[in-house]
Design a protein around this ligand. Structure first.
Ligand code: NAP
Ligand code: HSE
Length: 430
């Protein structure tokens, strides 16, 4: 006989409505896999007056205690977003013995440890597959599929909104504001899209991946974050001419010096597999000592892809309930936190600058670069429509972040340098 399981849903927006749809459309499949009959008893919303489509047995509420304190509710699915208020709600739910499934990367990146401790104490499950890369089962792949390996690097496109914006800007020449509006209308963007555009959303996801992948308590505050606002159509064109495509890439590396995590616009060789990941799609490269390179690709945002991951987590909880193994999934990080210094972080850089077109100018520049042991892989220049001006584009060989920052500071003091316009990381290639 099937076991009856009662769910409380927090949020009925893009993802919440997808969860209801999948539970309805895949009802028999889920029952077959879990041996459980799932009913969504209550849904928390903020605006009770909005028209909603919910199953007949489901009631709406704007009082979270109706859900957290309801003794009939076994599992809470949190798809409302928010940090502090949502943490309060989930901690109260855990105290009442509810298992938690959440898509909320903001919350997990910032308060994951606190939630895990509460869950351990109360023998509850906490799953959050949808918090990173939407419909791609990347957390499960890292935690289960690659659990026998030592992960050394993860690199990926983990924000659908910015990838959508940059794809449309590069392919169709659409302007930033109108394509952002499109991403919002399609349900990819966060309630506050600055989190997408300024790289914070991707940084939260890379923090979650780093903690799990490297088994180390890494913090969001340690991530170097740059968003996509600084990318001009000139940069997109020049990067293409040099053989690169610009993408917002999260990179997490772990070596004997420790871990470094960054999110920034990055030039990738056009033939690199991540260069052809377009629209709202995400992809994550995972490098393991034993497995080598693996790549995970799929839809990174949107109603049904995200809800698929949420319901897969719910299925995991149901199986644990059936087996009597809830509250056992969490493993404390194995290693103490070790963050790489800027001197230890080595990267290649792309620089675009405007300079006076006069004798000795290049010499001044190369003298500074030589001081910091900085050499070039690619160099190109062109005239501009300004009198006596040249525009220079360069790609460096590997340099430490610390030396590169000092070199740029020195360059900005040169009289012949009119502006340093763009600086981006370069990955892949030789
Ligand atoms: P959304 O469309 O804005 O929906 C949010 C829902 O939560 C709405 O139903 C809203 O109520 C309700 N809500 C928000 N704050 C509330 C509060 N304080 N009290 C009661 N109800 C509240 O958001 P979404 O796009 O579905 O995203 C939900 C979560 O999933 C977020 O954490 C997001 O980061 C994450 N996520 C989203 C995607 C995606 O593609 N959209 C992908 C992965 C993860 P009303 O309906 O009354 O306004
Ligand atoms: N705003 C997020 C994105 C939703 O665009 O990737 C998925 O986490």
């Amino acid at each position: 006989m099937n076991k009856a399981i009662t769910v409380g849903l927090l949020g009925l927006g893009t993802v919440g409505s997808g969860v209801i749809e999948i539970l309805r459309d895949h009802k028999e499949r889920i029952e077959h896999k879990t041996g459980c009959d799932v009913t969504i008893k209550s849904v928390l919303v903020s605006d009770m007056s909005k028209p909603r489509e919910v199953p007949a047995e489901t009631q709406l509420t704007d009082q979270y205690q109706d859900i957290t304190r309801d003794p009939e509710i076994d599992v809470i699915v949190e798809v409302m977003g928010g940090i502090d208020h949502t943490l309060t709600i989930l901690l109260e739910a855990i105290e009442h013995g509810k298992h938690i499934v959440t898509a909320n990367k903001d919350l997990v990146a910032q308060h994951g440890e606190q939630l895990f401790e509460a869950c351990q104490k109360h023998n509850c499950d906490l799953y959050y597959e949808a918090s990173v890369a939407g419909g791609i089962p990347i957390i499960r792949s890292i935690m289960d599929g690659l659990s026998s390996d030592r992960i050394t690097k993860m690199m990926g496109i983990v924000n659908g909104t910015t990838n959508y914006i940059m794809t449309k800007m590069a392919q169709d020449g659409v302007d930033f504001d109108s394509v952002l509006k499109e991403a919002q209308d399609l349900g990819f963007a966060e309630a506050d899209p600055t989190a997408d555009v300024d790289g914070l959303d991707a940084a939260r996801k890379m923090t979650i991946l780093s903690i799990l992948g490297f088994s180390m308590p890494y913090s969001l505050e340690d991530v170097d974050i740059k968003g996509i606002r600084g990318i001009s159509s000139d940069d997109i064109t020049y990067a293409e001419e040099l053989g690169y495509r610009i993408k917002l890439i999260g990179i997490a590396e772990n070596d004997h010096n420790g871990v470094s995590v960054s999110v920034e616009p990055t030039l990738l060789p056009i033939q690199h597999p991540l260069s052809s990941v377009n629209d709202e799609f995400n992809a994550v490269y995972v490098y393991g000592d034993a497995v080598g390179e693996t790549m995970f690709y799929g839809p990174g945002a949107g109603k049904l892809p995200t809800a698929t991951a949420v319901v897969a987590d719910l299925i995991a909880v149901l199986k644990n309930i059936r087996l009597g193994t809830t509250g056992t999934a969490y493993v404390q990080p194995q290693f103490p936190k070790q963050v790489k210094t800027k001197k230890e972080q080595l990267t290649k850089k792309y620089i675009r600058l405007h300079v006076d077109d006069k004798a000795g100018m290049l010499n001044d520049l190369t003298n500074i670069f030589a001081q910091y042991d900085l050499s070039f892989d690619q160099f190109t220049q062109r005239s501009t429509d300004q009198d006596g001006e040249r525009e220079l584009m360069m790609v460096t060989h590997q340099v430490s972040e610390e030396d590169f920052e000092k070199a740029i500071q020195d360059i900005e003091t040169l009289d012949s340098v009119r502006s340093v316009d763009s600086i981006f990381r370069v990955e892949g290639g030789n």
